[in-house]
Structures are given as structure tokens and as C-alpha cells.
Design a protein around this ligand. Structure first.
Ligand code: NAP
Length: 294
């Protein structure tokens, strides 16, 4: 078997078109321009690239984009004051505080200060709780992207055995909740899972978010499974170059899977566009307008 390659870029482009159209409509009919604010503490080069891309994309889809850089030694109080100012700023509908934060700034303190209505990364307990309660509003961007890819390439996942490897707040936990809400039979695996190979071999849908290059070998993949590889790992490609690979040994897995996401160009392509979608959803809700069908 040779797997279908799941084209995240193509699916992301369709979502982006819908976001652009709905943004133009919101502006034309209500004079509202969604605003996305990003906050970066310190100067981690990877985070700087992510933040720059988010700002560029926000402008490209028709949003206002705001950015604040704080020094790496900024106190927690300084970061919280910035978040409070953005909470109060009426031109801002989405706030993204880039993680990881320096040690002196507690993630939880930031998330407890962030207005859940503007929590476009969906990391606050309020938005996580809504998802758990079956009343999802703002949903974490990458898991939402995985569900969009499944909708496009699988359709109904009801009754399928879905495995999520990884239990982070950003990806694993919301991904499992979304799969459960879609009526899959969900297993969550993590570093303490026993006999992960056997657990993987049962999965009709295998979602890997581990952060370890090529961690899942091809012979762990059930023949005919759908593989969604969330990992983004930079590895040495020789001659001083690096390349990005996922958490699944792609070539071997692609020989047995029914469909598989490449890295890059698969799941990763969905994240930024869902951040834009969340900002638009947040802007609509903050202004008391009916939910958008995008
Ligand atoms: P994370 O917070 O580091 O979580 C990693 C998870 O993997 C943990 O739950 C951990 O288990 C589990 N794990 C580690 N070693 C394992 C092992 N040997 N066997 C089974 N499970 C193991 O990472 P994350 O933020 O979820 O991200 C995971 C990967 O996805 C990273 O490569 C990241 O770059 C990527 N990612 C990409 C996007 C995107 O496409 N835009 C978005 C988010 C994440 P424990 O909980 O037991 O420690």
C-alpha cells in the first residue's frame, strides 16, 4: 500500500479563503476589523520566526496586527500588566503570549490573567473547560487543524480507534477531546505508556505529538491507518544543514498507512490559519454577533 499524502497546505488555503471573505464581510457590514496582538518575552530565534509569521498572516487576511516585545528578564508583573492592557484594548480581539516563557514568568499566572474571550490559543482553563463540556468556543489551533484534515480525508470518524500520543495542554489533551466529541474511541498515550507499539498497532487514526524525531517506526502503524504527524523536529542533515522531520518515520509509515501527513506541509500548515480563524471567531463573539459558519 502507498499512502495518500494529506495536503495540509491545500486544506489550510481553503480555510484561509473563508477567513478572508468573512473578515471583509465583518468590516463591510459592521465596521469591525479583527485585531490580533502577540507578545514575545525574550528573543528565542524560533519564537521570533513564529511571531513574525503570525503578524504577517494577520495583516494578509485583513486583520490589524499588534506586537509587543519584552526583554527576556522582564518580571512576571510586567508581563501580566501587558496582558491586562491588551485585555482592556477594544481594538484587540485575540491575544497570543508566545510560549515558552522565561522561568521567572509562570505560564499559569499569564493564563489566569488572560481574558478567555481573547484567548485565541485556547489555553485558559475556561476554554479548555468549554471543550470538555461539549460547548467548544475557541479551540486550540493545531488540534482543530487535525480535525479539519480528518474531515477532509476521512469524513466521519465515529467508532474508529484513535490514538493520541502526547498529553500537552496545547495539543494532546484538546486533540483527544475533539476526537471524543467526534465519537472516535480515544486512547491517550504518553511517556509512561506500557507497550506503545501494541497500542499503536490498534489505532485506525494515529496522532503523534511527542517532539522526538522519527520516534514511531513504520511497523508500529496498523495497515490502513490514517497517520497525523504533529511533530516538528529539526535534525542535522549533514554538511552543516538541518532539516525538519516529524515524530513518525515517514517513508516506512507511508508504505502501510492509508493516508499520512508529511512534515512539513501537513498538520503544521493548519496552525496559523486556525489562529486567524480563532481571532475572527473571538471578534465576532466579543461584538455579540451570531457565530460564523467558517
Ligand atoms: P510536549 O508538551 O513536550 O509534550 C510531549 C508529549 O509527548 C508529552 O505528553 C510526553 O509524555 C510525550 N512523550 C514524550 N516521550 C514519550 C515517549 N517516549 N513515549 C510516549 N510519549 C512520549 O510537546 P507538545 O507541545 O505537545 O508538542 C509535541 C510536538 O508537536 C513537538 O514536536 C512540537 O514542536 C509539535 N507541535 C507542532 C505544532 C504545529 O504544527 N504548529 C503545534 C504544537 C506542537 P509525558 O506527558 O508523560 O511527559
Amino acid at each position: 500500500m502507498t499512502a495518500i499524502i494529506i495536503d495540509g497546505k491545500a486544506v489550510a488555503a481553503k480555510v484561509r479563503e473563508r477567513v478572508v471573505a468573512a473578515t471583509a464581510k465583518l468590516k463591510a457590514e459592521h465596521g469591525i476589523v479583527p485585531g490580533l496582538a502577540t507578545v514575545l518575552v525574550g528573543n528565542d530565534p524560533a519564537s521570533e520566526i513564529y511571531i513574525r509569521n503570525k503578524g504577517k498572516t494577520a495583516k494578509a487576511v485583513g486583520f490589524n496586527s499588534f506586537h509587543d516585545s519584552l526583554p527576556g528578564d522582564a518580571s512576571e508583573a510586567t508581563v501580566l500588566a501587558k496582558v491586562k492592557a491588551l485585555n482592556a484594548d477594544k481594538s484587540v480581539h485575540g491575544i497570543l503570549v508566545q510560549m515558552p516563557l522565561p522561568r521567572q514568568v509562570r505560564d499559569d499566572a499569564v493564563l489566569d490573567t488572560l481574558d478567555p474571550a481573547k484567548d485565541v490559543d485556547a489555553l485558559t482553563p475556561y476554554n479548555a473547560g468549554l471543550l470538555l463540556s461539549g460547548r467548544a468556543h475557541l479551540v486550540s489551533c493545531t488540534p482543530a487543524g487535525v480535525m479539519m484534515l480528518l474531515k477532509e480525508y476521512v469524513g466521519d470518524v465515529a467508532g474508529m480507534e484513535a490514538l493520541v500520543i502526547g498529553r500537552s495542554l496545547l495539543f494532546g489533551k484538546p486533540a483527544a477531546q475533539l476526537l471524543l466529541a467526534a465519537n472516535a474511541t480515544v486512547t491517550m498515550a504518553h511517556s509512561r505508556t506500557r507497550d506503545l507499539k501494541e497500542v499503536c498497532r490498534r489505532a485506525d487514526i494515529l496522532v503523534a505529538a511527542i517532539g522526538k524525531p522519527n520516534f514511531v517506526p513504520g511497523d508500529w502503524v496498523k495497515p490502513g491507518a490514517v497517520v497525523l504527524d504533529v511533530g516538528i523536529n529539526r535534525i542535522d542533515a549533514g554538511e552543516g544543514r538541518t532539516k525538519v522531520v516529524g515524530d513518525v518515520a515517514y517513508d516506512d509509515a507511508a508504505r502501510v498507512a492509508r493516508a499520512i501527513t508529511p512534515v512539513p506541509g501537513g498538520v503544521g500548515a493548519m496552525t496559523i490559519v486556525n489562529l486567524m480563524r480563532n481571532t475572527l471567531i473571538a471578534a465576532t463573539a466579543i461584538h455579540g454577533l451570531p457565530p460564523l459558519d467558517i
